[in-house]
Design a protein around this ligand. Structure first.
Ligand code: DC
Length: 224
């Protein structure tokens, strides 16, 4: 069974996907993390090159394996903090816009889905990668709530002198929203058959409860 979850940056996708997977005993896959891993490898081997044939050659040769607290990328451990660092943040949009890179990531996601039940999150999971997923969710939140969440997360994880202001975070999210919604391939759109949840005024637990109870009541209806 595939549970597909899409939504913009800061909508709570990652933590909700992880917890829903945990509750249901499913595997969890974060497609954004795969794009970040490829971007990291591009930055390591070709610097800030935006040349698409270089990016494709690197994406075709990279090996990405799960690891505690990060990923093992072509043999080297890369911690989550680095995958979510400013440099990767700045380049991931360009790398994830290359069609062949998207095909590589999508093939990896689909082959993982053949091995067991999964919760997969991203931007185009409900529409392009798994249009026939058994259950689809679109998580949304207004930009102020999303920026507040990222601002609060930063206070927990980043030394004070390296923190961005609320306005900088809000502007960066607005830029990513624009890039995500207007990209030629894999743009973020709301699938008409997805459960739409505005999480602006909900806690993580409330969102997880809504998702899991809807999945369970859907299952009961399908069985009857
Ligand atoms: O979810 P995230 O913010 O970690 O995603 C990182 C980047 O990858 C973001 O710029 C959007 C892009 N992405 C994508 O194009 N398609 C996906 N399915 C997931 C992420």
């Amino acid at each position: 069974m595939v549970i597909a979850i899409d939504g913009p940056a800061g909508s709570g996708k990652s933590v909700v996907s992880q917890r829903v997977a945990q509750r249901l005993g499913f595997h969890h896959l974060n497609s954004g993390k795969l794009y970040r891993a490829i971007t990291h490898q591009v930055l390591q081997t070709a610097g800030t090159s935006n040349d698409s044939s270089t990016i494709v050659a690197i994406a075709e040769g990279v090996e990405i394996l799960p690891a505690d607290g990060g990923l093992r990328i072509s043999g080297s451990f890369v911690p989550d903090a680095e995958l979510h660092g400013e440099l990767v943040d700045r380049h991931v949009s360009a790398v994830s816009s290359v069609l062949r890179v998207r095909e590589i990531v999508n093939a990896l996601l689909r082959s993982t889905a053949t091995k067991g039940d999964i919760v997969v999150e991203g931007r185009d999971i409900t529409t392009v990668v798994f249009p026939d997923a058994e259950f689809k969710v679109y998580l949304d939140a207004d930009i102020e709530s999303r920026a507040q969440r990222r601002y609060a997360q930063q206070a927990e994880s980043t030394p004070e002198e390296q923190r961005s202001s609320y306005e900088e975070i809000r502007n960066a999210i607005a830029e990513r929203d624009e890039a995500d919604r207007t990209k030629e391939h894999g743009a973020l759109v709301i699938a008409p058959d997805a459960l739409y949840l505005d999480t602006s005024h909900l806690t993580i637990e409330e969102v997880c409860d809504k998702v899991t109870t809807t999945i369970q009541s859907d299952k009961i209806q399908q069985e009857n």
